[in-house]
Design a protein around this ligand. Sequence first.
Ligand SMILES: C[S@@+](CC[C@H](N)C(=O)[O-])C[C@H]1O[C@@H](n2cnc3c(N)ncnc32)[C@H](O)[C@@H]1O
Length: 324
Amino acid sequence: MADAPHIPVLLNPILEKCAPVHGVWLDGTFGYGGYSYALKEAGASKVIGVDQDPDVIARNQNLPEGITLIQGRFGDLDKLVDEPLDGVVLDIGVSSMQIDEGARGFSFMRDGPLDMRMSQSGPSAADVVNRGDEELIANILFQFGEERKSRRIARAIVAARREGDITSTLQLAEIIKKNLPHPKPNQPHPATRSFQALRIAVNDELGELARGLNAAEAALAPGGLLVVVTFHSLEDRMVKRFMQIRSGNAPRANRYAPETEADAARFEKVTRKAIEATEAECAANPRARSARLRIARRLETPAAYTDPHDIGMPKIDLSKGGIL
Ligand SMILES: C[S@@+](CC[C@H](N)C(=O)[O-])C[C@H]1O[C@@H](n2cnc3c(N)ncnc32)[C@H](O)[C@@H]1O
C-alpha cells in the first residue's frame, strides 16, 4: 500500500540501526505494511507479514513479490515460520485504521458496538463490561489504564448494567464521563484511560507481547535482530526488562551462586536506551510522541523461556471474574 496515509513510526532509526538490512524478516504487526515495504526496499530478501485482523488480510491480497502476509498472532510467530529469521519487528498496539472505524468499537469519539477485538474473535469489550465482576473490571482499569478512579468507574458500570447491557462505545463513554470530574481544558477525555485498559485486556496485549518476545528468541538466527516499538509505559518496561534479562544484565537472585545455562545471554543490546521520536517526527505524526524503540541482537545460546511476570506483566487472570 504505497499510497497509504499511515506514517510508520520511528522508521528512520529502525533502518539506520538495522543496516545493512538483509535476509528474512518477520513483521509481526503488518497493519498498513509500512515496515514491511521499507524493510524489503532496504535489502531484506523476504518479509513475512503477520496480522491478526481479518480486515488487514482482506485489504492486502495483492502484495509485491518478496512480501507475504499470514493471518495470525505474533505470539505464535515461531510456529508460523519454518526458517530461521534475520529480523523480527513488532509495532505494538492498534492501527489508526482500527480506531477510526466506529464499527470496530475502539473509540469513545465514534459510536459503535462495544467490540475492540483486533482479531474479530473471542470475548469483546461488551463481554468484559457486562459479564466481568466489579473487582476484575476495577483491576483492568487500574493495571492496564493506570486509572486512579478505577473502583469508582467499575462501580458505576456495574450499577448501569443493572438497567440492561451496555452495548455501545458512546454509552460506556457517557457512564465514565458522568462519574469523573469535568476535564480541564487540554486534558484528555475522561474515558481515555478506561478505553485503553479495556482494549489491552480484550486483546490480551501484554500476554501477546510476552509470548512474542519469547517466540522471537526461538525463531531468530544468531545475529538476527529483535526490533520492538511500544506506545505504553507498561509495554516498554516489559521489553526493557526482557532485553536486560536476556542480555545477562539483570541482577541474579544470588550473585555468589555459579552462573548457570539459564543465566547465559541470548541477546546483546543494540540500543542502550529506548530511542524516541524527534520533535520533527512528532510534529508530522503525533502518534509518535509516546513511541519507544528498543533493539537487541540474537546470540548463539539456544533459546529458553522467560516468565511474563519476571518482566513485569501485571498479574490479572482474565479467565477468572466471569468473562471467559
Ligand atoms: C500499529 S499497527 C502496525 C502498523 C505498521 N507497522 C505499519 O507501519 O503499517 C498494529 C497492527 O498490528 C496488528 N496486531 C496487533 N497485535 C497483534 C498480534 N498480537 N498479532 C498480530 N497482529 C497484531 C493490529 O491488527 C494492527 O493491524
